[in-house]
Design a protein around this ligand. Structure first.
Ligand SMILES: NC(=O)c1ccc[n+]([C@@H]2O[C@H](COP(=O)([O-])OP(=O)(O)OC[C@H]3O[C@@H](n4cnc5c(N)ncnc54)[C@H](O)[C@@H]3O)[C@@H](O)[C@H]2O)c1
Length: 359
């Protein structure tokens, strides 16, 4: 088994590589990443990429056929990974997240790849908090980021057949510790605020619903997806990934953090404009299809794990919303320093930006 993981040098990637190493000890694992956030490590010990057999520093828009030959499964994580970046770099979000994903899948299929797993998102349901959405519910993407996921799912579907299994995992919002931590994710932000300043500042009025999932449980879902049986889910599958118990309102998340970390003041912005991105999600299908890969981490454990991780980092930055743990901030800095072009290619990249050699 040979597996290619794109976007492995981000937040989720290190957990995915660890998971694959333990589930498929004999597998050859390659990583492919432009390395935008390579320097945003949570600790100065071993580089997570030392766990892969091959690391390509490459733009996912310029993957060469040679890199795909002999690969059995692609786990496709590479992308512009949240709404704020999607708003600021809208055209590139569609270019990288949508167009490049489809080209990668098509070239993968031509090269003989058998399974393609795409990291989609529950944010495609948009404003949907009246009842929990199943996979058949109408999609209502409210942002460029969410639209890029919808377009990719749509265009992946016709590529699936008996030789090319496609799985779109519509992930809940991630949380938990990672070797490349992100603090622009709601629970991680709250724990960071609690540790650094004993304060949690909710930017909305606290009412939006969000399903959450621990990053290690995401890795287990990706593991399931590459070897899932198509008899039940079909050759193309789009499935919500998370658990019914993990649908929370943002204010409840803040209260949960305050109950684990005593002495924390929670402030809700009562004057905030309502956040339309509010969705509750139904995870019954995932439970039916992947009974052995259900989320195992609960909220309290995840908060404690984050607390421990941040304390081990000596974390105390009250201004963390402006730090290297915020993806938008890093990408914007790289652009402002002309290290990245308008197309988000490294200005003095080597292989990056090369056109793919299609066959
Ligand atoms: N974190 C979440 O809550 C969440 C939820 C649902 C879906 N997802 C999806 O999962 C994937 C990974 O998320 P993450 O939290 O690890 O994000 P991340 O931003 O930490 O990592 C994304 C990685 O993709 C790489 N990348 C971006 N553009 C690239 C390009 N043009 N060429 C090569 N590499 C490129 C980046 O360098 C980075 O290492 C993303 O596709 C994201 O949309 C994440």
């Amino acid at each position: 088994m040979k597996i290619l993981v794109t976007g492995n040098m981000g937040y989720i990637g290190p957990s995915v590589i660890r998971q694959l190493r333990s589930s498929y000890p004999e597998a050859g694992i390659a990583g492919l990443d432009a390395g935008y956030f390579a320097h945003c490590l949570s600790a100065d010990d071993m580089l997570p990429e030392c766990r892969v057999d091959v690391q390509y520093f490459n733009d996912v828009r310029a993957v060469e056929m040679e890199m795909l030959r002999g690969i059995d499964a692609i786990i496709h994580l590479a992308g512009i990974s949240n709404d704020p970046m999607g708003n600021k770099f809208e055209e590139m979000t569609l270019d990288i997240n949508h167009r490049a994903s489809i080209t990668l899948a098509k070239n993968g299929k031509t090269a003989g790849v058998k399974a393609f797993v795409f990291a989609s998102s529950c944010s495609i349901y948009g404003s949907a908090d009246d009842q929990a959405r199943t996979e058949n519910a109408p999609l209502n993407p409210l942002t460029a980021y969410a639209r890029s996921k919808v377009f990719t799912e749509r265009d992946l579907k016709p590529l699936a057949d008996e030789d090319f299994k496609v799985t779109c995992l519509r992930f809940s919002t991630a949380c938990g510790m990672s070797e490349r931590l992100r603090l622009d994710l709601v629970l991680n932000d709250f724990v960071a605020g609690a540790i650094a300043s004993k304060r949690i500042t909710i930017l909305s009025d606290g009412t939006p619903w969000r399903p959450l999932i621990n990053v290690k449980d995401m890795a287990r879902a990706l593991d399931w997806a590459i070897s899932r049986d198509t008899k039940e889910g079909g050759e193309f599958l789009a499935v919500n990934v998370g658990s019914n118990e993990w649908n929370y309102q943002v204010k409840d998340l803040a209260e949960a953090v305050a109950s684990v970390i005593p002495g924390v003041d929670v402030s809700i912005n009562k004057d905030a404009q309502p956040d339309k991105r509010s969705y509750r999600v139904n995870f019954d299908l995932f439970k039916k299809l992947a009974p052995k890969h259900q989320p195992v981490f609960d909220l309290t454990t995840t908060i404690s794990e984050l607390k421990k991780g941040l304390e081990a980092m000596g974390f105390s930055d009250e201004n963390f919303r402006n730090s290297k743990y915020i993806r938008l901030k890093v990408l914007t800095d790289l652009r402002n320093r002309d290290l990245l072009t308008e197309r988000l290619e490294w200005t003095d990249g080597n292989k990056l930006g090369r056109k793919p050699k299609n066959e």
